[in-house]
Design a protein. Structure first.
Lengths: 269, 103
């Protein structure tokens, strides 16, 4: 008798498991089919084209282009640079993600003031910000490459540690941390799956998903924007754009999800 | 001046797959800005696709189409090297024409 109850319980658990998996499947499959239909036709390409022009155009008070900007692989090398960021840059003695690095070049080489860069980092559908164009151009040049984020330098390891600490730090009116939503398997908000960013498999998928063109907002969003919006969703104070904490969080994710093939800017709902 | 279109035209067996990505605001006229003023309608009104000198698509489209639309279709009878010419005109008279070749 006892045995059969155990068997039924096991059966019930198995059934509940499959039912749950099945209930989730059609939506996920639907989203995947939608992405497949759009295929390579990602409107991020429009950003990329604009970004390439902006990259080569002389601009700023010093009237120079960004073509001599060192993105980590030497001055002017764009191809493959994104796949190796965030990384330690000796000239600034800190770890930067690609977005921060491009902005750094705009400041130091083109002479654009930091205040101007901070004024409007996240654009709108009608008026994209210049960094969104530039970043889309730079990341697209790493399409098809394997993410190879360095972690040998002590500062790169320190950024990972700091990112991990921020990731698990509970704060704000909801007493949330990043890990509240992104530290367990199979969580979701409404129908959106939440990746478990402490796991390499999920972090890989999530990390190569940014920057992304979102159909619902009709624009490209960057990883700095994503982190900023996660802070908003947790009701935390707005993080400072390009700050050490944001860069550390990005570094933590990038190193955790290292090794995936980068497929270019993603397309999201 | 509108952003250039991205056109892909590829032979898949005897079928040609044409896909066009257009950069356009496709404003419906229904939205309001932060000040509460209606944003004027601005959308692509007509679009044509010529493949190998033959008109394949002559479309009238409107505000139900998304921003930065992707338009795709499959056709028979084209061959590699045929020229694909896509043009659109919007309700403000702005227009754009781009070409590609079937690969």
């Amino acid at each position: 008798m006892k045995f059969s109850i155990v068997a039924i319980a096991a059966l019930a658990a198995a059934w509940a498991g499959t039912a749950l998996a099945q209930a989730k499947d059609p939506t996920i499959a639907g989203i995947e089919k939608y992405r497949e239909m759009l295929g390579d036709d990602n409107p991020a390409e429009l950003y990329e084209a604009r970004g390439e022009q902006a990259w080569k155009k002389k601009a700023g008070p010093k009237n120079v282009s960004l073509e001599n900007c060192d993105l980590g692989l030497g001055p002017g090398v764009v191809k493959g640079a994104y796949a190796q960021t965030p990384r330690y840059f000796a000239d600034v003695d800190r770890v930067m993600d690609m977005e921060t690095r491009i902005n750094w070049c705009r400041m130091t080489q083109q002479g654009i003031s930091e205040a101007d860069i901070r004024k409007r980092p996240f654009g709108s559908a009608d008026k994209p910000s210049e960094i969104e164009d530039l970043l889309t151009y730079v990341v697209t040049a790493s399409k098809g490459m394997t993410m190879n984020v360095p972690s040998n330098h002590p500062k790169e390891r320190a950024a990972y540690e700091l990112g991990q600490a921020v990731f698990h730090m509970r704060a704000g009116p909801y007493d949330f941390s990043c890990a509240t939503c992104h530290g367990e398997d199979n969580l979701r908000i409404r129908l959106q799956e939440l990746p478990n960013l402490t796991k390499s498999e999920d972090a890989k998928r999530a990390y190569i998903g940014w920057p992304a063109y979102r159909v619902s907002t009709s624009r490209v969003h960057t990883m700095q924007w994503r982190i900023n919006d996660c802070f908003r969703q947790q009701r935390l104070p707005e993080p400072r754009y390009m700050s050490e904490a944001v860069n550390a969080l990005i570094t933590y994710m990038a190193q955790t999800g290292n090794g995936a093939e980068y497929k270019g800017p993603a397309l999201k709902r | 001046m509108a952003d250039p279109m991205k056109i892909r035209a590829q032979m898949k067996g005897d079928v040609t797959e044409v896909r066009v990505l257009m950069g356009h605001a496709m404003e419906t006229g229904q939205r309001k800005d932060a000040a509460g003023k209606a944003i004027p309608a601005h959308f692509i009104q007509s679009m044509t696709v010529d493949v190998g000198g033959k008109r394949m698509v002559d479309a009238q489209i409107g505000t139900s189409i998304s921003r930065n639309p992707v338009f795709g279709f499959k056709m028979k009878g084209a061959k590699a090297g045929d020229k694909v010419v896509v043009s659109w005109v919007d309700n403000k008279g702005d227009k754009r024409t781009d070409e590609a070749t079937v690969a």
